[in-house]
Design a protein around this ligand. Sequence first.
Ligand SMILES: NC(=O)c1ccc[n+]([C@@H]2O[C@H](COP(=O)([O-])OP(=O)(O)OC[C@H]3O[C@@H](n4cnc5c(N)ncnc54)[C@H](OP(=O)(O)O)[C@@H]3O)[C@@H](O)[C@H]2O)c1
Length: 251
Amino acid sequence: MDRSGQVALVIGGTGALGAAIAARLASEGADVAFTWHRNADKAAALEKTIVAHGRRSHGAQVALDDAAAVGAFVGEVVSRFGGLDTLVYASGPAFELAFVAKVPPADWSRVIDADLKGCFHAVHAALPHLRARRGSIVAVTAAGVERAIARDILSLAPKAAITALMRAIALEEGRNGVRANCVAPGYIAGGIGQDIMDAVGPEMAATLVKAVPLRRMGTCEEIADAVAYLSSARAGYITGNTLFVSGGMEL
Ligand SMILES: NC(=O)c1ccc[n+]([C@@H]2O[C@H](COP(=O)([O-])OP(=O)(O)OC[C@H]3O[C@@H](n4cnc5c(N)ncnc54)[C@H](OP(=O)(O)O)[C@@H]3O)[C@@H](O)[C@H]2O)c1
């Protein structure tokens, strides 16, 4: 895929998945902007990776729950790079696994603000620019939206709503040439997926992996492959879809 002359924005570029996606888009020729939250070191490392691919990079610490801050950053990216072709939402807050009955209401508000509101703020600010370039959006969700996992509601609730948001955008913006899709990861060896495996311990981790039809965790690069495909012209007639990259765990 040749993305020369294109501009991508990755929300959550410092995450395990976001960093792999940003690096892939840069390797295919796009200039890549990204947001980060707390991880200044990973942001600096990602800037270097993008620049090493010969592309322009622009990372910023952005509070995703602040619509004005997100809007200002999207505007800054467009004025700096000249437009926007691809928006990837790959962010999501850390959360404690908990049964619904035990979820503290403050945690519920926190994940909805950071994840669901954050995604909405990003797509809302990006849409006029994506229309101008007939661009596309890919949101990283979770395979659990299809087959729920106990104690995972703090991830699944915002990701299910983000799936609905992508379908609504696909329906409403197709006439403007804008596509919107989701990539739904299963257990990935990196980021939150690896954190969860470490938290549950090796015995439970082995049980979880054994229940995956392909009997292994996925890689961050496999998620980047799917995002790269869905955001490219090769997927030009695909919109409103979710591509599960999960080893079949939701079956
Ligand atoms: N990895 C998996 O196995 C897996 C599976 C299914 C779904 N997912 C979902 O995919 C998304 C990315 O996963 P990941 O594994 O790449 O996670 P990760 O490595 O923990 O990265 C999360 C990203 O979100 C940013 N972030 C966290 N809290 C934030 C907040 N309050 N406001 C703004 N940004 C915030 C982080 O920024 P900083 O690092 O700068 O703080 C980082 O860029 C998550 O929503 C996750 O639930 C992951």
